[in-house]
Design a protein around this ligand. Structure first.
Ligand code: SF4
Length: 148
C-alpha cells in the first residue's frame, strides 16, 4: 500500500519561506514503502516562496490579506487525484499547516494561536476515508498500516 507524505517532511524545499521540514523519523518510516510525496500548496499553483497563510472563518488567507482559498482547494484536489487507482494506506502530513495540519491549525490571526481543525488537504483526505497522521505519529501510522 502506498503512503502519502508531505513533501516538505522529506526535505523538499516547498515551504512558504523556501525551506523544508525534513524529518528523519518520517524518512525512516518511508523506507521500503511506496511513497507519494505531495505539496498541495505548490500543486495549487502557489509559488515558492510565498506569503504564509492561515485559515480564518473557514477560508484560507495569506498574511497580507489575500484570499488564497481557491488555490489551496485546487491543490488539495490535485494531490488527492494522485492516489487514483492506488490503494493508499495512510498519509503522514506536516502538523499545523493550513493545508496539511491535522486536528490543530493556526487561528487566522497570525499570532501563533492554535485552534482545533484540519488543514484543507487533511480534511479532504479524511472525507475520503484516508487515515491522516502528523510527523509525530509514525507509530500510530505503523499500527494502522499493519491492520489494513
Ligand atoms: S503544503 Fe504541506 S507539503 Fe507543502 S510545504 Fe506546506 S506543509 Fe509542507
Amino acid at each position: 500500500m502506498a503512503i502519502l507524505v508531505s513533501a516538505c517532511l522529506l526535505g523538499e524545499n516547498c515551504k512558504w519561506d523556501g525551506g523544508n521540514n525534513r524529518n528523519e523519523p518520517v524518512i525512516a518510516f518511508c523506507a521500503g514503502r511506496e511513497v507519494i510525496p505531495v505539496c498541495p500548496e505548490v500543486a495549487g499553483g502557489l509559488p515558492v516562496s510565498r506569503q504564509p497563510s492561515e485559515i480564518r472563518d473557514s477560508r484560507v488567507v495569506a498574511r497580507d490579506g489575500t484570499d488564497v482559498d481557491a488555490a489551496f482547494r485546487l491543490g488539495a484536489e490535485k494531490c488527492l487525484a494522485l492516489c487514483e487507482g492506488k490503494p493508499v494506506g495512510c498519509a503522514i502530513l506536516k502538523a499545523r499547516s493550513p493545508s496539511c495540519g491535522k486536528d490543530c491549525v493556526y487561528d487566522g490571526s497570525f499570532s501563533g494561536v492554535l485552534v482545533r481543525g484540519d488543514g484543507v488537504f487533511a480534511a479532504l483526505l479524511k472525507e475520503h476515508g484516508i487515515p491522516v497522521f502528523t510527523e509525530n505519529e509514525t507509530k500510530e501510522a505503523e499500527t494502522v498500516l499493519c491492520n489494513r
